[in-house]
Design a protein around this ligand. Structure first.
Ligand code: PRP
Ligand code: URA
Length: 208
């Protein structure tokens, strides 16, 4: 499945500020929440619908509703939390599942340390959230986990992706569409995205 770059001017303006090394954690949190709403708007555009009728005060109108109910947001801890916080403002009925992964400093492989998912997640539309798609190891591990509990409708939203990460997700999970604000150049020797924006979790939570 392809990576869809969201090139809306408002997304790109916020991305510039998020990349800027002088942006404070307070500003970074606000910007990440805001840009995530715009990315989710694009990623959820084709949510399955069904036709229903609704009584207005005047007459019966034809309307639509979400076929699989409200979506489930699954942020990858920690940095994904900055995205779910924003999206919840406009999809307040969404459920939120959490997957805790950190990248081992030396191997760059993801290590799972937490998981809590809604019991009925299998039949629902799931949005996996992580601002950084670097090697793709974390996203692939989270998608493996979500599929192992029966999830079939998956979308991945990131902020910045590296070609290596896009290739890894496309190879392991060709059915999962990816959305993001930018597809950057490459990874450096520490598996950081270039030019990227640095360590998203540290910038979000002020743990630099
Ligand atoms: C970062 C980021 C992704 C992962 C991306 O998390 O938020 O989860 O790295 O890298 P990958 O595509 O190579 O797997 P990190 O492991 O630094 O944990 P943190 O969010 O707790 O800081
Ligand atoms: N994780 C981050 O937070 N940033 C990167 O560039 C790569 C992995």
């Amino acid at each position: 499945m392809e990576f869809t770059p969201v090139d809306h001017p408002l997304v790109q303006e916020k991305l510039r500020l998020l990349r800027d090394v002088s942006t404070s954690p307070k500003e970074f949190r606000a910007l990440l929440a805001e840009v995530s709403v715009l990315l989710a708007y694009e990623a959820l555009r084709d949510l399955p619908l069904e036709t229903v009728s609704v009584e207005t005060p005047v007459a019966t109108a034809s309307a639509v509703r979400l076929r699989n109910g409200q979506p489930v947001l699954v942020p990858i801890l920690r940095a994904g939390l900055g995205m779910s916080d924003g999206i919840l403002r406009v999809v307040p009925e969404a459920s939120v599942g959490h997957i805790g992964l950190y990248r081992d400093h030396d191997t760059h492989q993801p290590v799972e340390y937490y998981r809590k998912l809604p019991a009925d997640i299998a039949g629902r539309d799931v949005l996996l959230l992580d601002p950084m798609l670097a090697t793709g190891g974390s996203a692939v591990a989270a998608l493996d986990l979500l599929k192992s509990v029966g999830v079939r409708s998956l979308r991945l939203i990131c902020l910045v992706a590296a070609p290596e990460g896009v290739r890894a997700v496309a190879a392991a999970h060709p059915d999962v569409p990816m959305f993001g604000a930018a597809l950057d150049s490459h990874l450096n020797q520490d598996a950081y995205i270039v030019p990227g924006l640095g360590d998203a979790g540290d910038r979000l939570f002020g743990t630099l």
